[in-house]
Design a protein around this ligand. Structure first.
Ligand code: ADE
Ligand code: ZN
Length: 326
């Protein structure tokens, strides 16, 4: 490593976090109060998703949602994340999934307050579940568009592709979202292989791929992603914990970056993995011998690929440029 990296420099580096699940940001005290907080061993995606159902199933009150949102803003500020694209999948939330408007309102107040206090801008990406039927996905998009809440900026799809990606089921929902002006991202290439990534781009019109790392199995696809500049929002620790890769040293993100694919670093479900964004930058830099140039490049991708307004994105890029020129 050319330049000694210190934590304070990484924390001050202007960046965005573009792959963060609200469901993975629920602190134990919000769910369990003063009861003991269970700490299950999670080492695969299916168990993770089941655990998210358990946690979210206990969030009944608006003030609990507000507290989760407030802490998202606080952690982003501590990590130098000036914008967050926050994924929320209503199907995890039995007390809220039929009251999307109330759910978004409960999150919106604290997020707006954090922003007014100099915290990050935050856009919500409402997420379809991979296991949904076409009708459920289309209904969710209809509800989002009816709501027309300015806090919602995008459509996402997450969950487990082990039973198949079934992208044909979701084409209409994504087409509708695109026509209505929503930004689009999709989980692919985590529990699916390269074909899942190609379909997310070509069938769903995803502008950004959540994870996407298993595209590495198809060199032609890697070249296409690089040529088209399709960004991958990579979550290295999540991939290690869930057994998608063996360890950080063998993570394909460095090969992808060197092949010209835009990659950003993100935490996915930080409170479940016990991580925060600065640590993710630190660990990745250490694993691949990165210095400030590489970290600055990854931060630039995070900002350029985020779903903030064009003005906000341009302002954040300028802030990053000023920081790197210091
Ligand atoms: N929802 C929360 N975390 C996820 C992940 N890593 N993959 C798919 N869906 C998720
Ligand atoms: Zn994710």
């Amino acid at each position: 490593m050319g330049v000694e990296l210190d934590r304070d420099w990484i924390a001050a580096l202007p960046k965005a976090e573009v792959h963060l699940h609200l469901e993975g940001c629920i602190p134990g005290h919000v769910v369990f109060g003063s009861e003991p907080v269970p700490d299950p061993e999670i080492d695969n995606l299916a168990d993770l998703l089941a655990h998210l159902d358990t946690l979210c199933g206990r969030i009944e009150r608006a003030d609990q949602l507000g507290e989760i949102a407030r802490l998202v803003g606080q952690r982003a500020s501590a990590a130098g994340a000036l914008h967050v694209d926050l994924i929320v999948n209503p199907s995890h939330w039995p007390h809220w999934r039929d009251r999307l408007g109330a759910m978004v309102d409960a999150l919106d107040g604290p997020l707006a307050e954090a922003e007014q206090d100099g915290g990050p801008t935050v856009g919500l990406c409402v997420s379809i579940s991979r296991t949904h039927r076409a009708g459920q996905a289309e209904e969710l998009v209809d509800r989002v568009l009816e709501l027309a809440h300015p806090r919602i900026v995008g459509l996402s799809i997450d969950g487990n592709e082990a039973g198949g990606s079934h992208n044909e089921r979701f084409v209409k929902a994504f087409d509708h979202a695109r026509a209505a002006g929503l930004r689009r991202c999709a989980h692919a290439g985590e529990s699916s292989g390269p074909e899942g990534v190609r379909e997310a781009v070509e069938m769903l019109g995803a502008e950004r791929i959540d994870h996407g790392i298993r595209c590495i199995g198809d060199p032609g696809l890697v070249a296409d992603l690089a040529r088209r500049g399709v960004p991958l929002d990579v979550c290295p620790t999540s991939n290690v914990v869930l057994g998608i890769v063996d360890d950080l040293a063998s993570h394909p993100l460095e090969a992808l970056r060197l092949a010209g694919v835009p990659v950003s670093l993100n935490t996915d479900d930080p409170l479940l993995y016990g991580i925060e964004l600065v640590g993710e930058y630190e660990r990745t830099a250490a694993a691949f011998g990165w210095g400030r140039a590489e970290l600055g490049g990854v931060a630039r991708t995070s900002i350029e690929s985020c779903f903030a307004s064009p003005d906000r994105r341009a302002a954040l890029v300028s802030e990053l440029d000023r920081f790197l020129a210091r």
